[in-house]
Design a protein around this ligand. Structure first.
Ligand code: SAH
Length: 372
């Protein structure tokens, strides 16, 4: 039994069941045994192990295309100097390392950048420090526990698989009323425990993004921490300028459903089996993130799929260039491209949301909403 599971069973025995949100927060971020606090989560199944593999770890092409997207936007927005190049939940720091490497093709971009990471895990902060320690790069690097302490400067913000790691609540609609999902215990096992509640206390924004009809026995997921992070992010951009590119797996239209899941060693496992040992995530509610940006008076591009976004930024061309410079790796490079963009891999499940200050130029690869 994982150490955290033993602790949680003790706590439940004395204090009773805990809301799913509290369980997910502990499983991921318990200071001693939380998943991101002690595990080395990322890696391909055939390389250094890990539990899951993210797009920047699949291929350098991902970070290179995002890096050129950012450098181009910085150029078109008038080359602010200094500006904050921000990443939320940077993991091993691979994406930012690729951004900074490719960003050097545009003179002034990395030199004007202050790199800011929003990261809670001390172990991952250490890995990020090593990843971006480029010789003679000139940029400074800072860490934050959350978005609220970013400096008062224009920000270009990127987040890949950050929002899916924030704790969710689950509420169930039944024929006789509403229930909230708690985590309780049966002997040595943690179990889901629905509890009757008077009515769900969704935020007004979350309510506005629910599907038009909700059938009985539907699960509705909300992510209070994700809403807070998005409100802070949008408030910062509205006040100081800039843009954010948010990439995650999730739904582009209002939806119900249970997406609470755990991965360990690249396999789906029971999310209550070994808290602290498996990565636990949930789908991101993109309509709600877009709505929050609208409320903050930002420009909001329609949600795109990762595949369409990367292809429109030149994924195919970049793959061809890499094949030309290393012919023996053609099969590998093409399989990386497919992994990132094919509809049956990450191409459709993963979505991209771009939001920006009203004064910003259009966001490349993301079409503007047609005026209604
Ligand atoms: N973006 C990386 C890693 C994604 S995993 C990649 O694509 O490979 C999620 C990341 O978010 C980890 O770095 C984790 O430590 C961080 N994280 C999770 N919850 C967080 C929170 N509440 N505040 C800040 N960072 C958080």
């Amino acid at each position: 039994m994982s150490a955290l599971k033993a602790n949680l069973l003790d706590e439940i025995a004395t204090q009773g069941a805990m809301p799913l949100e509290a369980y997910m927060a502990r499983a991921l971020a318990d200071p001693e045994h939380g998943y991101y606090m002690q595990r080395r989560p990322f890696g391909a199944p055939d390389s250094d192990g890990g539990d899951f593999i993210t797009a920047p770890e699949v291929s350098q092409m991902f970070g290179e295309l995002i890096g050129t997207w950012l450098a181009d936007l910085w150029d078109r927005m008038g080359r602010p100097e200094p500006f904050c190049l921000v990443e939320l939940g940077p993991g091993r720091g691979t994406l930012m390392a690729d951004i900074l490497r490719v960003g050097q093709v545009l003179p002034g971009f990395t030199q004007s950048a202050q790199v800011h990471f929003v990261e809670t895990s001390p172990a991952l902060r250490q890995a990020q420090k090593q990843a971006v320690a480029l010789p003679n790069s000139g940029h400074s690097v800072h860490w934050h526990d959350n978005i609220s302490t970013l400096p008062a400067l224009p920000c270009l913000i990127v987040a890949n698989e950050f929002f899916d790691a924030l704790p969710i609540r689950q509420v169930k609609k039944t024929a006789s009323g509403w229930q909230e999902i708690y985590v309780g215990a049966q002997g040595d096992a943690l179990v889901f425990e629905p509890r009757d509640i008077p009515a769900p206390d969704f935020s007004a924004a979350a309510k506005a993004c629910l599907p038009a009809t909700i059938d009985d026995d539907s699960i509705i997921e909300t992510c209070p921490a994700g809403e807070t992070a998005m409100r802070q992010l949008c408030g910062h951009i509205a006040q100081h300028g800039g843009a954010a590119l948010l990439i995650d797996y999730g739904h582009a239209n209002p939806a119900c459903g249970d997406s609470f899941q755990a991965l360990e060693a690249h396999r789906f496992v029971d999310p209550l089996e070994a808290p602290g040992m498996a990565d636990i995530t949930a789908h991101v509610n993109f309509p709600l993130l877009a709505h929050l940006a609208d409320l903050a008076d930002l420009q909001v591009a329609p949600v795109a799929t990762q595949g369409a976004f990367l292809e429109s930024l030149g994924l195919n061309l970049r793959a061809q260039q890499l094949v030309q410079s290393s012919p023996g790796r053609e099969a590998q490079i093409q399989s990386e491209r497919a992994r990132l963009a094919a509809p049956d891999e990450m191409g459709t499940l993963f979505k991209v949301l771009g939001v920006a200050h009203k004064a910003m130029p259009p966001l490349a690869g993301l079409t503007r909403k047609t005026p209604t």
